[in-house]
Design a protein around this ligand. Sequence first.
Ligand code: NAD
Length: 375
Amino acid sequence: MDYMQKRSRRKFIYNLGMAGLGIPFLSAAANCDNESSKQQTMQSKKAKLGIALVGLGGYAGGQLAPALQQTEHCYLAGIVTGTPSKIPVWKEKYNIPDKNIYNYDNYDSIKDNPDIDIIYVVLPNNMHAEYTIRAAGAGKHVICEKPMAITVEDCDRMIAACNKANVHLSIGYRLHFEPYNLEMVRCGTKKIYGEIKKLGGGFGFVARPSQWRLTQKYAGGGPLMDLGIYVIQGMCYTTGMLPIAVTAQEGTKTDFERFKEVEQSLTWQFEFPNGLIAEGKTSYNDSHNFLHAEAEQGVFELTSAYNYTGQRGSTPAGVMNFPHINQQAKQMDGIAMAIRNNKKSIVPGEMGKRDVNYLQAVYEAMRTGKKIEIK
Ligand code: NAD
């Protein structure tokens, strides 16, 4: 019997995002003005929703644009860039018409462009709030990269702006669409192997990240903001629980020049409502990439958990063998379908805000050396 036969065949609807958040679905009937209902009708008629990428850096160019060549429900319709030299390259590679190319000054006029349904913000972390709020002001749905922002207050402003404009806001949490991570969700939340007794996760690599990632003002912190956030997510979606308290310790700093503003590495411990303590670690100087759960009837784990591809994992039923999909294509298609059907995203702004609150609690615990209760 292979893994798929051994594991329960029960289908599950993955709606963890909503479960812990108590988020009402966007109600078109309750909330819709004429203009947005007109837009929604137009969107439901379109074969594919048009996405404009804002910020044409490593992730937009290396992952999102190629993924948008494989999507079924959305396509790369436009770009927004502050670097004119990138325009001819992108135009040619992706066949983007001039009328769908914007810079940061004329960005707001995107409101008049019916080709663009969704704006995907892929800028440094501290710019997410401004460009999300301006996207909402232009009446466009938004996908915003992780971490949603660098403060909870910014997250609140982003959510309020999207609610006011009656547009959908999703966070670029690709692993909610990735089969190996979804198997961790199934095993953990359905208690397939009993209660989780021990949980740990780590994400880090030896990196020379671009300067903004090492600057507090732009990144809001170090590897925790960039990589540790995946571990926080993994702990929440594997347990189906939300942490109530945290302790944290900064790792030893060996490179004071590069890490003068942010941590080089960090460990933390989340306490969950049932008493489970989950151990997390993140680093720009050590390699970790795992999510490990020890349950009453055995271990289920990912030994390669957070990459764009190449996930590996096992459960007491054997080695996981799911297809390796294009995570970003699945993610953008999933979000586009939610928009088209006016269903709440499974990775909504409220989840992004929840996680920014956890990130800040981890930093507070690290700075103070105290156990911090999470509100
Ligand atoms: P990057 O440095 O490669 O690109 C950043 C882009 O922002 C560049 O095009 C740059 O020109 C532009 N930019 C505009 N104003 C800038 C300024 N003042 N300073 C620096 N750059 C400026 O970064 P990236 O790796 O593409 O990351 C962008 C966002 O995407 C980040 O929020 C990051 O956390 C997120 N990200 C997510 C994933 C994922 O797997 N979901 C992976 C990588 C990055």
